[in-house]
Design a protein around this ligand. Structure first.
Ligand code: G4P
Length: 530
């Protein structure tokens, strides 16, 4: 009989992070193409939301009753079972984007070779670093004019503070792009455009020191390549699996997702350099999926159904150990009782499908009658452990909420709390006043519209949002800080969360530095404890 451990061993669960337009969707689609999950590129509508206005987005959410903005794709390749977690960009960037990274075991960072590290990549990267997960870099669009290769690596190292180790090296870029040099096999992989990569193209490999190599690469390119290899062998970090595992060294690959070049090479190396799901921390120590036979999972995302007739939701959970059977009963630790996980579903390419079985490493969405919260643990283990919580990520936009009809205070409080509990927004209060003044913080501005729309439609409450100028929030790490003694700056604001924990809002980073200087021993964090 097949052991569930064999299934878990096959699993690779990773997120793709990038700045919009770097080629994340294209790369994902090509992975699916190689995995045989789709026959022709162009069949995944991953970008469905990218160019939509808010109203369209609402319609999409309503129609599907599920997020189209953060999906999971599963496919098989070369004996592996791969789960790709999509991290939405553009205007639908939200706290969910960060939370998705909590469910991944590693991350692939896609960088546009002509642009280097961009803002959104930087933000998502910080979360990967906090989790110490392996980070792989795919430098894309080499068929376009790219930055100098050393400069690109330098940019990653300086901007992100991670060492890089190129696994291959590009030969030219744009019209002059000839392929990549594999530093391990010392072969050239030659580039041929496969009609915009609609089908899997054959990769031709020739040794560096061969007539064939000289035939495709100009004399100038050949010399440059030899010089660069020499420089690289002397200067760059050596491949070290242990450092990769800790997220301190990023293996770097070059290619062109659009034309399929370098995609399969990347996938093959990536799968070998990553591991199957690893142990995760709980209040009873590490839970190892290779030892723990009982089912366990944690909720990392809750998606409200926009259909106001039934206020049901879908809870997305990452399975950490054991196996899942459709309709099984599991113990919901925070709720203190057994629940049936019904309507389990997984996303395959652009479709949602019901599933019968899933294993540690997989992500499933289940029907939530309103009982789950982000970070909750579900398990059938008699040990009843609780997985480490999911941090609260720093919102970057803040607004004061004004309720239009004060008679509806109760609905308003209920609605805003409910929406905050789902994790779409964070709510705060003025430091010295009561619940009268509510300040809401969001990671992506679209969430303001979602809040307004949902309060009106689901709770019949009209609100006005007055934007506040703050862009940075910091949690205070010190135990019981004396807020009266804290020396601030003129553009700092004290607020508190619903559990009365103090926080600070700042307009700019300069202010944060000033406050740290003025208050010795003060410890501020970008991530809040849940
Ligand atoms: P994203 O998900 O990271 O936002 O990026 P996406 O894959 O949608 O790619 C953004 C644009 O870049 C797309 O063009 C895509 O075709 C192009 N692209 C992706 N990879 C490569 C590559 O390796 N080389 C080149 N030259 N272009 C690439 P678009 O015109 O915005 O969209 P479309 O009309 O082609 O779909």
């Amino acid at each position: 009989m097949a052991d569930f451990r064999d299934e878990i061993r096959k699993r690779r669960t990773f997120a793709i992070i990038s700045h919009p337009d770097a080629g994340k969707t294209t790369l994902t689609e090509k992975f699916l193409l190689y995995g045989g999950a789709i026959n022709q590129a162009g069949s995944v509508k991953g970008k469905a939301t990218a160019k939509h206005a808010v109203s369209d987005w609402m319609e999409i959410e309503k129609e599907r009753g599920i997020s189209v903005t953060s999906s999971v794709l599963q496919f098989e390749y070369d004996g592996y079972c791969i789960n790709i977690l999509d991290t939405p960009g553009h205007q639908d960037f939200s706290e969910d984007t960060y939370r998705t990274l909590m469910a991944a075991d590693s991350a692939v960072m896609v960088i546009d070779g002509s642009k280097g590290v961009e803002a959104q990549t930087r933000k998502l990267f910080k979360v990967c670093v906090m989790r110490h997960i392996p980070i792989f870099t795919f430098i894309n669009k080499m068929d376009r004019e790219a930055m100098d290769t050393f400069e690109l690596l330098d940019d990653i190292e300086k901007e992100l503070g991670i060492a890089t180790c190129p696994v291959n090296w590009p030969i030219g870029s744009g019209k002059e792009f000839r392929g990549v040099y594999d530093r391990d096999t010392k072969e050239l992989e030659l580039f041929s455009d496969t009609k915009k990569g609609t089908t899997v193209g054959a990769v031709k490999k020739v040794p560096l020191h061969s007539e064939e190599a000289r035939g495709v690469v100009t004399e100038e390119q050949y010399q440059k390549l030899e010089e660069e290899i020499e420089l690289l062998d002397g200067a760059s970090a050596e491949f070290d699996q242990e450092l990769v595992d800790k997220g301190e060294l990023s293996p770097v690959f070059f290619g062109s997702a659009l034309t399929n070049f370098g995609v399969e090479t990347f996938l093959q190396h990536f799968l070998k350099m990553t591991t199957s799901p690893l142990p995760r921390n709980s209040d009873k120590g590490e839970i190892d999926p290779m030892k723990e036979k009982d089912f366990s999972a944690f909720v990392f995302k809750i998606q409200a159904n926009m259909n106001k007739a039934h206020r049901d939701r879908i809870a997305f959970m990452r399975i950490c150990s054991g196996e899942f059977d459709a309709g099984m009963d599991v113990f919901h630790i925070q709720g203190g009782k057994k629940v049936r996980l019904s309507q389990p579903q997984q996303l395959m390419a652009s479709e949602r499908k019901m599933i019968e079985k899933a294993y540690g490493g997989d992500i499933i969405g289940v029907f939530d009658p309103g009982i789950f919260s982000i970070g909750d643990t579900l398990t059938n283990s008699p040990d009843k452990f609780v997985y480490e919580g999911i941090p609260t990520f720093a919102p970057e936009h803040f607004a004061r909420v004004r309720q239009m009809d004060t008679m509806k205070r109760k609905q308003f409080i209920k609605g805003i709390n409910q929406i905050a509990q789902e994790g779409a927004i964070q709510i705060f209060q003025e430091f010295n006043t009561g619940m009268e003044e509510i300040i809401v913080g969001v990671v992506g501005v679209l969430q303001f519209d979602v809040l307004k729309y949902r309060l009106e439609n689901e709770y019949n409450v009209e609100i006005r949002l007055e934007p506040l100028p703050y862009e940075h929030i910091r949690w205070i790490e010190n135990e019981e800080p004396d807020m009266d003694k804290l020396i601030g700056t003129s553009d700092m604001k004290k607020i508190k969360d619903l559990r009365d924990r103090p926080l600070l809002l700042f307009i700019n980073e300069w202010s944060i530095r000033m406050v740290l200087q003025r208050n010795e021993g003060l410890e501020l964090s970008e991530f809040g404890r849940s």
